[in-house]
Design a protein around this ligand. Sequence first.
Ligand SMILES: [Zn+2]
Ligand SMILES: [Zn+2]
Length: 283
Amino acid sequence: MLTTLQAARYTIRGMSLGGVYTSIHVPELDALFDCGFPLRASAAVTNLFLSHGHVDHVGALPALLGIRGLHGVRKNLRIFLPAALGPAVEEALTVISRLHRWPLTVDLVPMEPGQEVHLRNDLNVRAFKTYHPVPSLGYLFINRVKKLLPQYAGLPGDEIGRLRRTGAEIFREDPRYELAYATDTLPTVLDREPALFDARVLILECTFLDQKKSVADARAGCHIHLDELLPYAHRFRNEALVLMHFSQLYSPADVRRLLAERCPPEMRRILRSFAPETESWPG
Ligand SMILES: [Zn+2]
Ligand SMILES: [Zn+2]
């Protein structure tokens, strides 16, 4: 019942249905995006990235922590989240721990828009502002590869080592945007965060797909309507564009049909709809 798809070099697996649940695991990044449903097989993940505090994105956090306890995962889950949410998440987990009679402990990493944190090796994550009625963030994964400056190419390794030790600038940084996650937002995010068009993979909400919901109503709820996404179609330079967080107004088959009918070829070429092959949505 989970949806699994391949987007460039990344596996995207989980569930997403607007207003109901969104939990998406990308194992190659050891990252879980939102926790509106407890993904059993992904419970041992290291990092959770919360977009905002609406329950379809955070409501299953205690259940996920319970599964980690059951599976004997010893390391605390590290949760990146909008800084304003920290105290409420701590308070909620304190109360649920009392109910559960076992401490549900986590390591919180409060984030502000523009803040960048080192994750591992050359991989960093940067938070960016999204546009929703509550504190909210998107996340961009950046591979900060260091390349030897051309004038030093061909030097033997020990000579490079010696230059490094002198503190000489012999590398230049060549950042590559690997994956971006933006949900529950107005399309404004695309204008304000142009790096999204260059990420190898862009996971983006597209809650409404046709006239069943007007653009004005979509905007009022701070969500993206396909009508507002289509004008950007020629700008996506991503290897894969994963659309998700579709409304219950559409069945999984409706989603595939409407996207196929309405998106121009340049967008269809990279488009993956994060919807199950089943007739109806899970749950
Ligand atoms: Zn949502
Ligand atoms: Zn929301």
